[in-house]
Design a protein around this ligand. Structure first.
Ligand code: NAP
Length: 258
């Protein structure tokens, strides 16, 4: 069994998940790098971690699939024998941006399956395993961190399914936090703003203009590393009497201003 703490980071082959996975290794975590289809990108993350002296494995799996979630947990157990942290990061933008009056059930199902159903049932699986391991004295405590979005509270009428799924993820954080506190599992939500990744590449010009016009008090794009730093702060146990919090990583976007 692994002596150091172990994390599963979903969607860690690129973007925010990749930054979180790499950052966690600097905090002493061994990492399960989950990905959907880009095996080479995931292998590159594992190589980067190993080159830096850390331990990682890449595990393919669709978080929306029950079978894949089981395999992800089994791969973690088989390689490391423990799980201290789950980061529910994997997420997709809607396949197409269309006004909510024309939104399709197909898009809804894809977005909700990946962005809400997957994280909920993976958390359920992880939490039951964490509870068992805490009882057996394998790990002292555990954490679940959910990567939501400013879209959880700021509506975009051409991405209704994405916004509603992220709002659901925020409630999921509160539900899990309240349920799992008694078993020493803390649950947090990190709420990123506009972060420069593949996901936002197609809207670069739009956001460049909005940022230049003062959309956020801190006038720059967020970077994946900004989100990873917030995860680091949480896993370093600086918030021992907290659970269920939403941490904004958004350049102050959430602040109401006149
Ligand atoms: P990204 O660059 O598009 O990367 C998405 C990652 O998720 C990839 O590793 C991808 O794997 C993986 N993935 C996609 N569907 C999956 C599935 N069904 N099962 C497992 N893995 C899956 O996205 P990102 O910008 O880093 O976003 C990461 C998270 O932050 C998402 O939840 C997103 O909603 C949230 N977020 C992003 C922003 C932003 O501005 N970028 C803002 C707020 C919140 P492959 O590489 O194999 O495809």
């Amino acid at each position: 069994m692994e002596q150091q703490p172990v994390a599963i980071v979903t969607g860690a082959s690129r973007g925010i998940g990749r930054a979180i996975a790499c950052k966690l290794t600097t905090c002493g975590y061994s990492v399960v790098v989950n990905f959907l289809s880009r095996a080479e990108r995931a292998a590159a993350v594992v190589a980067e971690i190993e080159d830096a002296g850390g331990q990682a494995i890449a595990v393919q799996g669709d978080v929306g699939s029950a079978e894949d979630r089981d395999q992800l947990m089994a791969a973690c157990q088989q390689r490391f024998g423990r799980l201290d942290l789950l980061v529910n990061n994997a997420g997709i933008a809607p396949p197409e941006r269309v006004d909510l009056l024309s939104a399709t059930e197909a898009s809804w199902e894809k977005v909700f399956t990946t962005n809400l159903k997957g994280p909920f049932f993976l958390s359920q699986l992880a939490a039951n395993g964490m509870i068992r391991q805490i009882k057996e004295g394998v790990i002292p405590a555990a954490k679940i961190i959910n990567i939501s979005s400013i879209s959880a509270y700021a509506g975009s009428r051409d991405r209704a399914d994405y916004c509603m799924a992220k709002a659901g993820l925020a409630m999921m954080t509160q539900l899990l936090a309240a349920r799992l506190a008694e078993v020493s599992v803390q649950v947090f939500e990190i709420c990123p703003g506009i972060i420069r990744t593949d996901m936002t590449e197609i809207v670069t010009e739009k956001y460049d203009a909005l940022i230049a016009n003062g959309l956020m008090p801190i006038q720059r794009w967020g970077e994946a590393s900004d989100v990873a730093e917030a995860v680091k702060a949480l896993v370093e146990d600086r918030f021992p009497f907290s659970t269920g919090q939403r941490f904004h990583v958004d350049g102050g976007y959430h602040l109401r201003r006149l």
